[in-house]
Design a protein around this ligand. Sequence first.
Ligand SMILES: Cc1ncc(COP(=O)(O)O)c(C=O)c1O
Length: 356
Amino acid sequence: MNFASDNVVGASRPVLDALIAANEGARASYGNDDETRAVEARLSEIFEREVAVCLVATGTAANALALSAFVPPYGAVLCHANAHVMEDECGAPEFFAGGAKLIGLDGVGAKIAPQTLARALAAYPAPTRQSPPFAVSISQASECGLVYRPAEIAALAEVARGAGLSLHMDGARFANALVALGCSPADMTWKAGIDVLSFGATKNGCLAAEAVIVFDPARAKALPILRKRSGHTLSKGRLLGAQLLGYLGDDHWLANARHANAMAARLADGLRRLPGVRLAWPAEANEVFPVLPLPVAERLRAQGAIFHPWAPTALPEEFVLEAGEGVFRLVASFATREADVELFLARAAEAVSAAA
Ligand SMILES: Cc1ncc(COP(=O)(O)O)c(C=O)c1O
């Protein structure tokens, strides 16, 4: 019953098989191998246009590099105040971008509303006082498990474009958001106005592989240099290429995400039905955020369930958290077993009865 994150499991079989196959023989190094080239071509197919691709091993590196390619050292990035780039990357985006500043905006469910962005830009201090904004970064799915619809992304892109800003998407859970929406990768990104994407794969089946994808390759010229300079160019680049080849083959990545989302939906449905249990935000992708009485959470943990508390900062205004309640996060992955979900729900039902 480990629902701590979608990175607590290893890699899926096709990813491991592709790695083992790519292990044989000598290959060109530094990303000039056949696997990496094939992934670049496959991603251009998937996104229905020629894209520039830069593979890295972590989501933090993908975000930091993506932002550093679009924001100068004296620039700023507007993002949600609870965004991973803001709260969980030890300043990597600022560090990689040579001092660029992140500016946090409010928004229910860790999503930024176009009006909030427009207001922030209208009230923005003069460039000689504050770093001028160069980009907006959004997380898909958001840090509260919510998904931006293509029309919502397009509305944000319109405001960003109007101010001359680029739009970055932290897609650590890109596949989960995509299958939740049932749209195409192109609809969810460049067609809606995304300029640069951190395409996550580690959480959904890879061991450690992510891609920075730039939709106008002319804007990606510095990326390979920035990656090398930051120490994120693998000499055995095939390790990244092979993982992504296995991940993207036969729509394996989409099947993985569908499974994770289905497990989260089952968890959400079961939890919502328990007396005294509510969801802080709807479970739109593969994360569930129940509000639990603290003794219920304690009892579940004592019985071996693993999950984290979550900061209640992006709750809707009308959502009242009672004393003795906490918000928690459960994450389902491609490897989450139905039996674990059912066991957790049964234990939760017992805990709720015991606490009543
Ligand atoms: C929304 C989001 N972005 C980026 C990352 C970064 O991934 P990594 O831990 O591989 O650096 C995570 C990981 O938890 C995440 O949840």
